[in-house]
Ligand binder design. Structure first.
Ligand code: PAP
Length: 366
């Protein structure tokens, strides 16, 4: 891991540095302090997945996210060594968690699949890298104070609604962010299949987060997604915020694409490790560590593990719901050309004037 200046530091030195930073943190005014009070009066609409969504800060949320946004601004204390994995749902979160965890912890947990004792053999990636917004009942992220450094954390919260302690500094004290994005057409189709597998559990979860809604048809769900009425939607706005942050501060925010991960898993993994300040050494390269991590985190390997075939993770969701076919362009098997053109048109209009395009990175004019 690295210090805020980027130089490698020991775990002990990291703890000292972080203690100093934590004690220097001044609690800034919480811009969302009244969110708890105004929540019941926020605009609401049915969404997909079928919860009642509330609109706040330009995005649609389920209550659980709003509670986190409200509480975390006052309480969450980042550390310089934190790495926050951010994503819109269904865009490659599980894969990124597995890759980042394996790369960061490779000294303690060698990825070689000769032995079956790697944490990924026994745990879902979601149990190894937890979502901030699922931290605890209060949703304030304080539970992560117990986690030793360097911490790997995850979130689906939009950039503009993350705690200011994370986003408001460029001096390294707020930690680093890795964001993964995906073509919205594939995101929607992935969401649809996921929803089919998880309806019963999600309906129970809706009891916690807000009134549950009737299950929409594919066409109705598509319309809701196009309107941005999905958890933390609209996706294109979510992605644009992180894209712009990565353009402004490339050392703080690494922007990744699911399509690039599929095209070049080893190259993407090297980029991820370098960004976390733990690049692969020539010796590790020669020993095949990159290859081993790619293999360990591949869809085929993870999907076949007992823990992911039968186990459950956060909110009682079945692990197998997070692993399907993992391809680019699966939308064409479910959407009509007219639907695809409609969604592409909405996205193009929303991104007009920006340098962001979806899909593999070679299409970007950065
Ligand atoms: P989440 O936001 O709810 O955690 P997320 O992991 O972002 O979900 O998305 C799930 C998608 O990632 C699925 O895509 P699909 O429905 O189009 O198949 C899932 O198959 C894919 N996925 C999960 N793990 C991997 C992996 N190791 N490699 C490639 N794709 C993966």
């Amino acid at each position: 891991m690295a210090s805020s200046t980027g130089a490698p530091i020991s775990a002990g030195a990291a703890a000292e540095e972080e203690e100093a930073v934590a004690s220097a943190v001044t609690v800034t005014a919480n811009p969302h302090a009244d969110l708890g009070e105004i929540m019941p009066s926020l605009p609401t609409a049915p969404g997909f997945p079928p919860y009642r969504m509330r609109r706040y800060g330009g995005f649609w949320h389920i209550d659980m996210y709003l509670k986190f946004i409200c509480a975390s601004h006052a309480c969450f204390r980042p550390r310089p060594t934190d790495v926050l994995l951010a994503s819109f749902p269904k865009t490659g979160t599980t894969w990124l968690k597995a890759l980042a965890f394996s790369a960061l912890n490779r000294a303690a947990h060698p990825p070689s699949h000769a032995g079956a004792d790697h944490p990924l053999h026994r745990n879902s990636p979601h149990d190894l890298v937890r979502f901030l917004e699922l931290a605890d009942q209060d949703g304030d992220g304080l539970i992560y104070e117990e986690v030793p450094s360097p911490r790997l954390l995850a979130t689906h919260v939009p950039y503009s609604l993350l705690p200011h302690s994370i986003t408001g500094t460029d001096d390294g004290s707020g930690g680093r962010i890795m964001y993964v994005c995906r073509d919205p057409k594939d995101t929607f189709v992935s969401f649809w299949h996921y929803h089919e597998k998880t309806t019963a559990t999600l309906q129970q979860m809706a009891d916690v987060g807000g009134a549950s809604e009737a299950m929409p048809t594919f066409e109705e769900a598509f319309e809701l997604f196009c309107e941005g009425q999905s958890a933390e939607g609209p996706q294109w706005r979510h992605t644009l915020e992180y894209w712009e942050a990565s353009c402004r501060s490339p050392d703080k925010v690494l922007f990744l694409r699911y399509e690039d991960l599929l095209l070049d898993p080893p190259g993407s993994l090297r980029k991820i490790a370098a960004f976390m300040a733990c690049p692969f050494s020539p010796e590790e390269e020669a020993a095949g560590v990159v290859r081993d991590i790619v293999e360990l985190c591949s869809l085929g390997t993870l999907k076949g593990l007992e823990v992911n075939r039968r186990g459950s993770t956060m909110l009682g969701l079945k692990n197998d719901a997070f692993f399907r076919n993992g391809t680019v362009g699966d939308w064409s098997n479910c959407m009509t050309p007219a639907m695809a053109a409609r969604l592409d048109g909405i996205v193009a209009e929303a991104l007009e004037g920006s340098t962001l395009t979806f899909g593999a990175s070679c299409k970007d004019s950065v």
